[in-house]
Design a protein around this ligand. Structure first.
Ligand code: DI6
Ligand code: FE
Length: 400
């Protein structure tokens, strides 16, 4: 006996290799003990379930997986948004002590429960749009106490959504270490990372001319490895700094941004199986001109994920659905690639491919129900939300 079944549904299973979107029209999907227990054609459903839901012709996709966010922070940077519109660049603002460090000041001053409440409030939008998994990074503390405060606040959101936390101590150089980046990296490795490790599922760094070098990033990664944590990287966002190659060599789960990645970088990612996480929100808000090398990434068969990169500076984007639309309109992904980017490959970028990201028996029963005629509609409409239901680990958490 299954716990529940959804009938009268079209399924976009997002399984790789079969029909587009892994689509199964007039399907049935059953759940038991929090996991998917049966998926198939309605005509083949013969079992019994304690609860029968009529999906009324809705499409069901895997719950969305937003694999790159900075959801926990205090304050906002609308003033910098205004300055940029008057001609200042993102890099100029960062050099003058604004940018990431402006958010660091606000986040250090906030309590853990303030941070949790702010993030909880933001999260409402992700839940409304069918998201069941989010990754949340630290990186606005840049000292041990605040980095661990951010990670604890992030983990507390786990009652509403599945959370993966990432330690991003090497996000920016805090003002008290101005001119001493190697000393800051030593602090990250010797003190911050060991303290953060029990609260983190992965380790990330910002490898960029305005942040940390390949050599400094490699030190952080070596320490992460010693602590048994997987790594990911903000790579080649504003310049080609060899970030993609470093990520691949380090066996990273993902390399994120990649606007300036070279063919060789794409090749390295493809060989390693490292996921490329594309972040069209940052590209849009910073009005970047350099497109990520989609041709090379496809040629080298790099799995493509899409994420919001929600943060107060470069990507104040609070909509996974809009991230998919932007991936199509700005980066020319197909709607199927974009949806795979926020499901199957988003899960892979978090090392969760065994349990999340597709509708397959045995995986977590994370489902999103949509009132649409075809899956492409999720990417096609900008600014509307066709979600009519969300199920997380078999529990309905939202209905229209
Ligand atoms: N790259 C980004 O786009 C964000 N962090 C990063 O390493 C920006 C974060 C911010 O501006 O607050
Ligand atoms: Fe980011």
């Amino acid at each position: 006996m299954h716990d529940a079944v959804w009938l009268n549904a079209n399924l976009a299973t997002m399984r790789d290799g079969g029909a587009p979107y892994g689509a199964l029209r007039d399907g049935a999907i059953a759940v038991k003990d929090g996991c998917i227990s049966w998926v198939g054609a309605r005509s083949e459903w013969r079992d019994k379930a304690a609860v029968e839901h009529d999906a009324r012709g809705a499409w069901i996709t895997p719950g969305l997986v937003d694999c790159h966010t900075h959801l926990v922070y205090a304050g906002n940077r609308a003033d910098e948004f205004e300055q940029r519109l008057k001609g200042k660049s993102y890099a100029d603002i960062a050099r003058e002590g604004g940018g990431i460090n402006a958010t660091v000041r606000a986040t250090r001053a906030a309590s853990e429960s303030d941070l949790e409440q702010l993030a909880r409030h933001r999260l409402t939008q992700w839940l409304a749009e069918g998201t069941t998994v989010v990754e949340v990074k630290s990186g606005y503390g840049l000292d041990t106490a605040t980095e661990t405060k951010m990670l604890r606040a992030a983990r507390k959101l786990g009652d509403r959504i599945t959370v993966k936390t990432t330690f991003l101590g090497a996000h920016a150089l805090p003002p008290e270490f101005a001119g001493r980046p190697d000393e800051y990296i030593a602090l990250v490795c010797d003190e911050m990372l060991p303290a953060a490790a029990p609260l983190a599922d992965a380790v990330d760094a910002f490898c960029e001319t305005i942040a940390f070098s390949v050599k400094q990033t490699a030190k952080v990664f070596a320490k992460a490895r010693a602590l048994g944590l997987p790594v990911k990287l903000h790579a080649d966002q504003l310049s080609d700094s060899g970030g993609a190659q470093l990520a691949a060599q380090s066996g990273a789960l993902s390399a994120d941004h990649l606007e300036y990645t070279s063919e060789a970088g794409a090749d390295a990612l493809g060989r390693q199986g490292t996921v490329a996480v594309l972040l069209p929100g940052a590209f849009y808000f910073l009005r970047e001109k350099q497109l990520p090398p989609l041709g090379a990434l496809r040629r080298h068969r790099v799995p493509l994920a899409i994420a919001t990169d929600h943060n107060p500076g470069s990507s104040p984007l609070a909509s996974p659905l809009l991230a998919m639309n932007m991936a199509c309109t700005l980066f020319r992904l197909t709607p199927e690639e974009a949806l795979a980017g926020l499901t199957r490959n988003g899960a892979r970028a978090l090392g969760m491919q065994a349990t999340h990201g597709t509708l397959e028996a045995g995986k977590s029963a994370d489902l999103a129900l949509w009132e649409i005629d075809s899956p492409a509609e999720l990417c096609y409409v900008a600014g509307a939300n066709p979600n009519v239901g969300v199920v997380r680990a078999g529990e309905p958490i939202r209905s229209a």
